[in-house]
Design a binder for this molecule. Structure first.
Ligand SMILES: NC(=O)c1ccc[n+]([C@@H]2O[C@H](COP(=O)([O-])OP(=O)(O)OC[C@H]3O[C@@H](n4cnc5c(N)ncnc54)[C@H](O)[C@@H]3O)[C@@H](O)[C@H]2O)c1
Length: 335
């Protein structure tokens, strides 16, 4: 099988490529990535010489380039490439629309032209919007995105649906909860807080810290995508979650305790506008239809993740410099 992975130099995409090449050494992967601030070829340095792996630096909004890649043939596209950070979408919504919406449409158009057998849109639970303290979103819940990030992902999801319904493109949408694990750019809660704590920097918690997210270890998400690639049904949507709903404060305390660091590192900062209170997914469909369930208990995943960042300081110290510091100084998320 030959698979075009978009955004494979990012966090989840790089973990996915590694999993696929380990499990199916005969498969071919083409990784199309623009290498934005979040894309990092160091994430894949262990497989860069694998003859079954090819990296193409480029933008998914470049239709000529996407056509040239697909002209050479592909059985499936797994579409990870995106601007992925909610906070950044508050400062620069335009790039989210360009990459996440227009970029997805370019891929869909090209997938149709070259009769690609399966298009998998990797989306997020954030498209369902905020929930109160009970209940969970199913695949048929309404889309009520509140941030420019989630609105751009929901828009892309709707385009994917339309290409399936109108043109018969064999497309599937997946919606996953918050991922954590190795190679996550240190701007998201867990990777930022572990790396800040390791260097005794403060951990900036928005508002009261009682925002609830469900957390999934990245390899479990990648295993779900593997199942969907091989057994998912065109036209379907699959929710994917870890079954670990936690408040930001609970996670922060766990990280501090694993690293033996004091609670005085926690710093409450002004809340993010329109901060969604809680996300929660009903993941019974993927369990019942594809037999997938998460394998990594939260405590175990966090222990592995803390250990990974502690033993890969050169990876994140290289990333956490230059423009990174300028950005966080400006938006003061870093303090
Ligand atoms: N991280 C999560 O918790 C999470 C949860 C659910 C869904 N998702 C979705 O999964 C996907 C991957 O998320 P991630 O956390 O790995 O993101 P990431 O920010 O770590 O990686 C995104 C990758 O896309 C690349 N990219 C960005 N714009 C591009 C463009 N125009 N052309 C080509 N490449 C481009 C970047 O260089 C980077 O390598 C995203 O679509 C995101 O919406 C993420």
């Amino acid at each position: 099988m030959k698979v075009l992975v978009t955004g494979g130099a990012g966090f989840i995409g790089s973990n996915f490529i590694r999993l696929i090449l380990q499990k199916y050494p005969e498969y071919h992967i083409v990784n199309l990535d623009k290498l934005t601030y979040a894309g990092n070829l160091d994430n894949l340095s262990d497989i860069e010489d694998n003859p079954h792996y090819q990296f193409v630096k480029g933008d998914i909004t470049d239709s000529d380039l996407v056509d040239r890649i697909l002209e050479e043939g592909a059985d499936a596209i797994i579409h990870f490439a995106a601007e992925s950070h909610v906070d950044r979408s508050l400062y620069d919504p335009g790039i989210f629309v360009k990459t996440n919406v227009l970029g997805t449409q370019v891929l869909l158009e090209s997938a149709l032209k070259y009769k690609i057998g399966s298009f998998i849109q990797v989306s997020t639970d954030e498209v369902y919007g905020s929930l109160s303290h009970e209940g969970s979103s199913t695949e048929s819940s309404p889309l009520l995105p509140n941030s420019p990030y989630s609105a751009s992902k929901a828009s892309a999801d709707l385009l994917v649906r339309s290409y399936h319904v109108t043109f018969g493109l064999p497309a599937i949408i997946t919606r996953c909860t918050n991922n954590y694990g190795p190679y996550q750019f240190p701007e998201k809660l867990i990777s930022l807080f572990i790396t800040n704590a390791l260097t005794n920097l403060s951990l900036p918690i928005y508002g009261d810290g009682l925002y609830v997210r469900d957390w999934i270890y990245v390899e479990d998400h990648c295993r779900a995508l593997d199942k969907i690639l091989h057994r998912g049904k065109a036209g379907e949507i699959y929710n994917i979650g870890g079954g670990n709903e936690k408040t930001n404060l609970e996670i922060t305390r766990l990280i501090l305790s694993k690293l033996n660091k004091p609670e005085s590192l926690v710093k409450h900062v002004k809340d993010r506008p329109a901060h969604d209170r809680r996300y929660s997914l009903d993941c019974s469909k993927i369990g019942a239809e594809l037999g997938w369930k998460p394998e990594t208990a939260f405590e175990e995943g966090i222990a592995r993740t803390v250990e990974w960042y502690a033993s890969h300081q050169s990876w994140w110290q290289k990333v956490k410099s230059g423009e990174y510091l300028e950005y966080y100084e400006k938006h003061y998320l870093y303090r």
